[in-house]
Write a protein of this length. Sequence first.
Length: 361
Amino acid sequence: MSTAWWTVAPTGDARFPWRIRIERDGRVVLSVRAQDRWPGPGGRVFCLRERPAEAAEALEPAERVPVLALARRGRKLSVVLDRPRRRRCDFLVVEKRYRHREGTYEQIFFRTQSALGTHGARSRLQLRAGLPAGCELLVDTAERYPWRLAPPPRRTPLPAGDYALAEGGRLLAVVERKSFANLLHELERPQVLHQQLTDLGAFAHAALVVEARYADFLEPARVRPWSPARVARLLAELAALHPRVPLVYAGSRRLAAAWTSAFFAAVGSAAADASPDLVREAAGDWLPLHQGGTDWAVREAVLSELPDRFRIRELRARFPDVPDARLRRVLQALRAEGLLRTEGRGPGTFWVRAAAPPGPA
């Protein structure tokens, strides 16, 4: 399974004393020289991308932490580290124009969650408005009464969905349109609908947009001969089995078209804003070793893998690289939740799952 690591190492440079590097499977995702190893409260740290000669330097790490989540959004790389504190941060790449000559230069800012709440960024949108140049809207030739979108879409056969956003012949996003009657009819043959959503899920950006409210499917008179409970269950199964394809209950035909226009504009803007030099590879298509992080993995082991009665040394053997204080913190949290209790004191203490019978006195 793919893993990523966050490494911080001192450089010996007074101006940029720290290297911050994110690696995935031995390959560098991002490597910068930073003015500090972590921003202060409400602050941000200015960074420079490492030059090839600097990147080749072998520096002794001061810390190495597993990366729990890594996501690229336009010119921003968001990171969640697998540790209790100082977990969330991002790197924002800004392109600046020279004042007195042609050309641009790059600035990189290392920011934390607290900084985002104090620098006026709380309400700032991530993406530019409008459909970027070079993108076009498409509508499938089988669509008899297409939505009114701006700019008007071009008719062409689509491999999936009823509408699509394209750039240079490549489909960036697809949308399947369903009216209330259409979706209700297709719920009679859910396996076919699952196949359609599986097809949509092969695209990076896709959605099933319904020209009705969710409440419409819960009205007995409108869904006969089905019961509202059965319809609700089928709709829930669609959402659960196809997490890559959101079901959007737009409420009306006009609002469905408006949502789709905004969705396509956002996808196009994200593609246009993506800096190819921000990271060396796509950051989102990977699964960390423990999707819930180390603390969650320890909890799972305690609650389902270790014996009902165990000593902490058995937990240490399962997680030899996790500090003892962190293991004890997870155990204490489970005890506070009533899921564990202790028997005995000192080195001979047993940790016991709540449902387990008491051990011998």
